[in-house]
Every structure is written in structure tokens, then in C-alpha cells.
Design a protein around this ligand. Structure first.
Ligand code: DQA
Length: 137
């Protein structure tokens, strides 16, 4: 099974960025533990701070991969382009968030991508990604 974890803006700073909200671990370290634990899966990873690069990646994998685990970060709350890209592809997308977006500022309650994803996992720290992974098997 081929899965892509796709992270949006500022998630390259995980471990350094607001650790009280997002934790102390870098995503690269967490990814290594996931890839070791689920050796039978191919788990690819891409991060970008640029909206169009996230859309290009969705197009690239969206007709061949079995699933995408997407943390669109701030673009969750703003991007019609990413929402349309998810609708345009065949690969199912799971929306994840590290923090509980519903327990934070009101602008984080709105997700433009939510209507086009298979499901949403929010608020379990980095474990949100592993929970999303489990939805594929
Ligand atoms: C986030 C929540 C978003 O509101 C925020 O803009 C992020 C990260 C999360 O994983 O909790 O950058 O998607």
C-alpha cells in the first residue's frame, strides 16, 4: 500500500514552533518511527509552505496512490484551490490536525477541505497521523 503524508505551511518547524500546542518532536523523527513501525507500507512524505506545490503534489499522486494523509495547516481555513484539488483526484484524502482546531480560535473552526475528504482526525498530537494511517487497513 502506497500512502503520502502531505504537510502544509509552517509544519517544517515542528519541534520548534509553539511547542505548547504542537509538541517537541520534529516531523522527520516522528516519520522515521512510523516508517519503522509500518514497514509493510510505503509511506512517502512531502512538506511545502507553498499552496501551489501542495496542489501539484495532490495531482501527482492522486490517481496512483492508495491514500493521502493531509495536514493542510493554515490553508485548511483558506484554500478553495486545495479543496478543489482533493475533489479532482481519485485517491482518498484524510484531513488531520495535531491540535484540536475546534478548541482554538474561531477562524480555525472552518475547513474548506472538510467537505471533500474521507474523514477528519484532529487533536491527538502527532498521533493524529497514525490514527489516520489506520483508516487505510
Ligand atoms: C494545524 C491547525 C491549523 O489551524 C494551523 O494553522 C496549523 C496546524 C494543526 O495541525 O493543528 O498550522 O493544522
Amino acid at each position: 500500500m502506497k500512502l503520502l503524508i502531505l504537510n502544509g505551511p509552517n509544519l517544517n518547524l515542528l519541534g520548534k514552533r509553539e511547542p505548547g500546542i504542537y509538541g517537541d518532536n520534529s516531523f522527520e523523527d516522528y516519520l522515521k518511527t512510523l516508517q519503522e513501525k509500518y514497514k509493510e507500507l510505503t509511506i512517502e512524505y512531502f512538506q511545502s509552505n507553498i499552496e501551489g506545490e501542495l496542489i501539484d503534489k495532490l495531482h501527482e499522486v492522486g490517481f496512483t496512490f492508495d491514500g493521502v494523509i493531509l495536514n493542510a495547516a493554515a490553508y485548511t481555513h483558506t484554500s478553495v484551490g486545495i479543496a478543489d484539488a482533493i475533489k479532482a483526484i481519485e485517491t482518498p484524502v484524510i484531513e488531520v490536525h495535531i491540535s484540536n482546531v475546534h478548541a482554538r480560535e474561531e477562524f480555525r473552526n472552518k475547513s474548506f477541505i472538510a467537505p471533500n475528504v474521507k474523514g477528519i482526525i484532529t487533536g491527538f498530537g502527532l498521533q493524529s497521523y497514525e490514527l489516520a494511517l489506520h483508516s487505510f487497513f
